[in-house]
Design a protein around this ligand. Structure first.
Ligand code: 5RP
Length: 223
């Protein structure tokens, strides 16, 4: 079985009757949403909170009852993919351009589970380009700032080679840093930049990581 499918289906087992469930975005989260949709058809009673238009369309098609993040008090559990997870269990997300909504949903969740195949487990972050979501106004100035810092920025493009527009109407600048030695310092700096809406560093946020490899599924309790 595909490793993404394996961890997606495993994660769906963490969902219990009556829960409010954050539904992540990406090719791994896709399988988790499919598995939850199957359980809903069999009688599971949950409310889903989606993290992108893509996941919303998938969940609606599966008949998963949905509410927006603003309509619920608290999310019991959020299951999402990740692009890189370091040995300290810090993460980069946003390869699917959904990290703004994903971070909002994660920050309102009692428990966060990441589902990945073992290729995503790394020693330290940075080989995967770090996504920074910015408002269009002034984005060239931010681009120049990142360039001056040596962060090798690129604007994310869509399949038509136009500037990619996120679900919230922003651009993404990817930083090709190769190594992020001090992720907390970088996150703090990015948080303080005017025009930056959100970055893909997800620090001290994950509780449980489900890793799929050829030898099976490993469940890591991160915090
Ligand atoms: C979307 C994300 C995804 O969770 C991340 O990119 C992993 O995606 P995939 O499971 O397709 O590798 O952060 O913004």
């Amino acid at each position: 079985m595909d490793l993404k499918q394996m961890v997606g289906e495993k994660a769906a087992e963490f969902v219990k009757d009556g829960m409010v469930v954050g539904l992540g975005t990406g090719s791994t989260a896709y399988y988790m949403v499919e598995a939850i949709g199957k359980r809903v058809k069999e009688g599971l009673n949950i409310i889903g909170v989606t993290t992108s238009n893509r996941t919303q369309e998938q969940a609606e098609a599966l008949g998963i009852p949905l509410k927006s993040v603003d309509e619920i008090d608290r999310i019991d559990i959020t299951i999402d993919g990740a692009d890189e997870i370091s040995q300290a269990y810090q993460g980069i997300k946003g390869g699917g351009a959904a990290h703004l909504f994903e971070k909002i949903v994660a920050d309102n969740s009692d428990k966060v589970i990441w589902i990945v195949d073992d290729s995503k487990m790394v020693e330290e972050l940075g080989a995967f380009p770090l996504p920074v979501e910015v408002i269009p106004y002034g984005s060239q100035q931010l681009y120049r700032l990142f360039e001056d810092k040596g962060y090798k920025p690129t604007f994310r493009q869509d399949t038509n080679e136009e500037l990619l527009m996120t679900d919230a109407g922003h651009y993404i600048i990817d930083l090709h840093m190769e190594r992020i030695e001090r992720p907390h310092e970088l996150a703090e700096w990015l948080d303080g930049l005017t025009g930056v809406v959100e970055h893909g560093l997800f620090l001290d946020r994950v509780n449980t990581i489900i890793v799929g490899s050829e030898s099976g599924v490993e469940i890591i309790e991160a915090r």
